[in-house]
Structures are given as C-alpha cells and as structure tokens.
Ligand binder design. Sequence first.
Ligand SMILES: [Zn+2]
Length: 166
Amino acid sequence: MSDRLGAMVTCGLVDKLERSDEEWRRELTPEQFEVTRRGGTERPFSGDYCDHKAVGAYLCVCCGQTLFGSGEKFDSGSGWPSFVAPLDPDHVKLRSDSTQGMVRTEVRCARCDAHLGHVFPDGPAPSGDRYCINSVALEHRLERSSSARPPGAAAGDVSGREDEDE
Ligand SMILES: [Zn+2]
C-alpha cells in the first residue's frame, strides 16, 4: 500500500500524496528524509528557519502544502521554528507519539504524512500551543503581494497560484 508510486487518494479535505521511501529518498536530502520520513529531529539552533523573520508562508518540503505562516511564528528560544498555530488546521494532522519515554503530540503534514515536529501546551496565549517544527521539514516562500490570493480563495483557483511547481 505504501509503495504505490505517486498515488493520489482523495480522502477528507486534502488530496493525499503517497510515495515510496525509495522515491522520497531520491527527492529529498538525507537530512530531510531522516526528519520527514523517519521522524527524526534536527539539532536545535541548526536549522535555517529557527531565527528566520521574513514574511511569507512555510510549505511542506516534501509536497509543497502550505503549513505555517510568518504571522504565527514566534521566538520560543527552543532552537526550532515555533508557531502558535498552523495556517489551516486541515493541512496538518496531530497524533499521539509515545516514543523516547514521553507522550507528545506529533505534527504531520496531512497531505503526504511527513513528520514535521511536535506541538506542546506551553505556547503563548491565547492558544497556548507551541508548534515546534524542524526547519528541514519546511520550505519558506516569500509573500508576493502582487500574486497573493485573496483571503478565503480556494484551491480551485488555478490562475494566480504560487504553488504550481511540483
Ligand atoms: Zn507534505
């Protein structure tokens, strides 16, 4: 099941993207593969986006799905990019993770199942959530006002999309 190449399965609100490990390995750097497909964690303060302040969106490095926005990013001092919330709750999925002797909530990409990081209940008010995300799981895209989608524009609008590349 998991080794069907590039199979798109519509399930719920997002189109699922399934690829084999072999295929992911070809597309990702070894560090990206280790974190997103093996549930690894980059070293704190090592990632490109830990101290990154540019305006824009953070996309899944595996499938390009929009995950987080610069407006929700905050400096947690943890050594990893931290967000108070995802841009769209349907674009991530949360699951209980009891590895490494503690129960945490894992954050995954809802589209391609990439491991992104964990969410902790010690974030700032009002949500109180801290999405602690690996830099290598993300790809930042600068906001370009000329082609920005109006709020609420759905994915069906193909003409002005920024994320057409594969
Ligand atoms: Zn993804």
